[in-house]
Design a protein around this ligand. Structure first.
Ligand SMILES: [Ca+2]
Ligand SMILES: [Ca+2]
Ligand SMILES: [Ca+2]
Length: 392
């Protein structure tokens, strides 16, 4: 809900098959019987609501639905008062998580080491046309504003002799930045086709604009071919963002297209509509788990442990000395990340060693270390090791 001003009347009303449920901005749910629940989270400019409504639903069936948003004494809805819309219940959403790459892969058709960091691969298992066609195993990564795709296609007969690009052996990458799921293509939605020989073509839309967003390469493999590509996500990227995505393999032999397989869209209409594409979410790599401190273990400088909910780094050889027990001991607490003044900085900790130059957050202010210190709390005194950079 885009509703910057919180007031008592703010609410969302959802109608599903004649039952109406209202979720107020404080998270209270009213409706027939029990079984509905909601989570409300405030954010800049409005609030988000996730609601679970009880219903008996089946793929292929329809349900009547409406959504109404109220702010103060004004309300707007999907449908006119008294009317409802229709939901068509389609297949399970194809979903993947796109892991952030430590460095950008080189788009050359060879598998860089960084591809090992990609999450589980997805496959184009949905037969849209023909049967038994070539299948792609697709991995994804992101870095900065760019999506990277690596598609390994198992295709025993590589054929690009057809007259049109879509009847040649090729991989298609569909990208709907921001996951607008508009249906018909917006200017930012793109259908990118890379043939087994690396020739690039596009679907509907401005060809030059689409071409400017893509680099790609293809190489032959023992059992088919591989396509590697990068796609500029324009302004839509960043950690936690969602994007409409699909991957398609066109399988050709003897100059004709014999089969089409997709990851997400089972209709074969992905070249006309974004509605049934899957969803990719850009995620950051999971930090490796830090082992719990053990009183009997030996640690040397640089080893990290967790203790009492914090992470500590050993400054020198130690055994049996509890992390955090003294600010002069062998353990330095790693400051947890804090959002402050538009950036993210480590919290100051008494046990950490600062050499000068570090910026930390403490007491709602940012501070810069002017020289070496340990266990000297940042404060407003002009004589200490810390210089106040102002409030968060
Ligand atoms: Ca309001
Ligand atoms: Ca590469
Ligand atoms: Ca083929």
């Amino acid at each position: 809900m885009e509703d910057a001003a919180a007031d008592a009347g703010d609410a969302v009303t959802l109608v599903l098959d004649d039952a109406a449920y209202t979720v107020t901005r404080d998270g209270t749910v009213t409706g027939p019987g029990d079984g509905a629940d909601a989570e409300v989270s405030e954010r800049e400019g409005g609030y988000d609501v996730v609601v679970h409504l009880p219903a008996t639903l089946a793929e292929g069936a329809t349900a009547t639905f409406d959504a109404r948003v109220t702010s103060g004494d004004e309300s707007t809805a999907w449908n006119s008062p008294g009317a409802v819309g229709t939901l068509t219940l389609v297949e399970e959403l194809s979903y993947l998580e796109v892991t952030e790459a430590a460095q950008a892969p080189v788009v050359d058709g060879d598998v860089d080491d960084v591809w090992d960091a990609a999450g589980p691969a997805v496959t184009t298992t949905k037969e849209v046309e023909g049967s038994g066609g070539a299948v792609a195993t697709v991995r994804t990564l992101w870095r900065d504003g760019t999506l990277y795709v690596l598609a390994d296609v198992a295709d025993p007969v590589v054929d690009v002799s057809g007259s049109d690009p879509w009847i040649q052996d090729s991989v298609e990458i569909y990208v709907d930045g921001g996951n607008a799921k508009n249906g018909g293509y917006r200017a930012d939605d793109t259908q990118i086709r890379v043939s087994a020989l690396g020739v690039v073509s596009f679907g509907t839309g401005d060809e030059a604009a689409q071409r400017a967003r893509v680099s790609s390469a293809a190489t032959a493999t023992d059992d088919g071919y591989r396509v590697e590509a990068s796609v500029d996500l324009l302004s839509y990227g960043g950690p936690g963002t969602f994007h409409g995505l699909d991957f398609q393999v066109n399988d050709a032999a003897g100059g004709a297209r014999t089969a089409v397989r997709n990851w997400a869209d089972p209709t074969g209409a992905g070249y006309q509509s974004t509605a049934r594409w899957g969803v990719g979410r850009l995620v950051e790599p999971e930090a490796p788990a830090v082992p719990a401190w053990s009183a009997s273990a030996v640690y040397t400088a640089g080893d990290q442990v967790s203790h009492d909910g914090a992470v500590f780094t050993a400054l020198w050889w130690t055994r049996g000395q509890t992390p955090g027990a003294t600010p002069w001991g062998p353990w330095a607490e790693v400051g947890a990340p804090q959002a402050c003044a538009g950036g993210t900085y480590a919290a100051w900790t008494p046990t950490a060693v600062y050499d000068g130059g570090e910026t930390v957050v403490h007491g709602g202010h940012r501070w810069t270390a002017q020289w070496y210190s340990r266990n000297q709390e940042p404060s407003a005194t002009p004589w200490g090791p810390w210089r106040d950079l102002g409030g968060c």
